[in-house]
Design a protein around this ligand. Structure first.
Ligand SMILES: NC(=O)c1ccc[n+]([C@@H]2O[C@H](COP(=O)([O-])OP(=O)(O)OC[C@H]3O[C@@H](n4cnc5c(N)ncnc54)[C@H](OP(=O)(O)O)[C@@H]3O)[C@@H](O)[C@H]2O)c1
Length: 305
């Protein structure tokens, strides 16, 4: 029987859209709070960050995004209970991946300190560390759940086999609650690599990052002569569907991801509150089967067999 995959193990519900803080690199706490409050008011109750966010997009340091979120929560403590706080760790720039027990424990303690909270609602292994045995990752994370530091655990950018390997070492009480992967009209691999099927099999929350292709798909076509080829065909289909409904191309892109039967949570990355409000409308846009397949065919540049 199909169950609600937008529920965390503790029963907390997550909205279909989540606000991503990869590009949250401001040190203006009032501005960061305005963005977070806008996201929450639009039903984006899961706030997605990572310890490594802050090293690009003009940011200056590891931990910057978590630090500014922590400052917002310190300024407005009431927000804490309204949001599902999701963060990630296991990327150690220069190493680059470390999921060893000692590293994860210290990284999670550091995230808790930066965020100024006692518990992280959903903590992900950001990228798989090929040099740590999944039993060690499982024991570490289950131990941190038992200590109350993590309410739920997830993985990001893991293959189906990597998720299975981790699950084999976890007890049913501490499931892999979410898998966060890149999924958009420009990045369709999860449709066929088993990721979304595995989420549906296990009733795991599927979380999709970069639904607009990181902004590439919304920017495409802005300059005369651009884009060309397959991407131009995709943009043409998206714009036709957008015009037919009187919505933006970005809304169609988010609606396309939301149309998958795994009922994904879509992590949007805009830092512009008007665009957040625009994208929130995607939850009301229902694309037909034929329209979704048109997007897939246009993206792949070949008809489906
Ligand atoms: N797990 C992982 O490995 C991983 C990797 C990447 C991202 N993520 C998560 O996913 C989140 C979203 O990623 P993303 O930022 O690449 O997502 P995205 O929503 O695909 O792209 C957002 C970018 O598009 C721009 N944009 C241009 N036109 C837009 C429009 N009409 N509407 C909205 N945005 C528009 C935004 O600029 P403005 O800000 O100027 O609007 C922003 O730079 C991240 O914040 C992070 O939380 C996770």
């Amino acid at each position: 029987m199909k169950t609600d995959s937008r529920l965390l193990p503790d029963g907390r519900g997550v909205g279909p859209l989540s606000w991503g803080c990869w590009r949250l690199v401001t040190d203006d706490v009032f501005e960061a709070r305005r963005r977070m409050e806008t996201a929450l008011s639009l039903g984006m109750n899961m706030i997605d960050t990572a310890d490594v966010y802050g090293l690009d997009w003009g940011g200056t340091s590891f931990g910057l995004s978590e630090t500014i979120i922590g400052r917002v929560l310190a300024q407005s403590p009431g927000l804490r209970e309204e949001l599902v706080l999701a963060t990630k760790g296991g990327i150690d720039p220069g190493v680059p991946y470390d999921s060893s027990p000692a590293y994860l424990e210290s990284a999670i303690d550091a995230s808790l300190t930066r965020l100024g909270v006692e518990r992280i609602d959903l903590w992900y292994v950001h990228r798989p560390d090929m040099l740590t045995h999944p039993a060690d990752v499982a024991d570490t994370l289950a131990g941190l759940v038992a200590k109350g530091k993590l309410a739920a655990i997830g993985v990001s950018n893991h293959t189906v086999a990597q998720v299975d390997a981790l699950m084999a070492h976890l007890r049913a009480e501490v499931p892999v609650a979410a898998n966060q992967v890149e999924f958009s009209a420009a990045h369709l691999s999860p449709l066929r690599d088993g990721t979304l099927d595995q989420c549906m099999r296990d009733q795991r929350m599927a979380v999709a990052w970069s639904p607009l292709g990181g902004g590439r798909l919304t920017a495409a076509g802005a300059d005369p002569g651009e884009p060309e080829g397959t991407e131009a065909a995709l943009i043409a289909v998206l714009d036709e569907l957008a015009a037919s409904r009187g919505v933006s191309r970005a809304v169609i892109l988010v609606a396309f991801v939301l149309a998958h039967p795994c009922a994904p949570v879509v992590v949007i990355g805009t830092q512009n509150t008007d665009r957040m409000a625009d994208l929130a409308g995607a939850a009301e846009v229902s694309l037909s089967r034929a329209e979704c397949y048109r997007i897939i065919e246009a993206s792949e540049g070949v008809p489906l067999p």
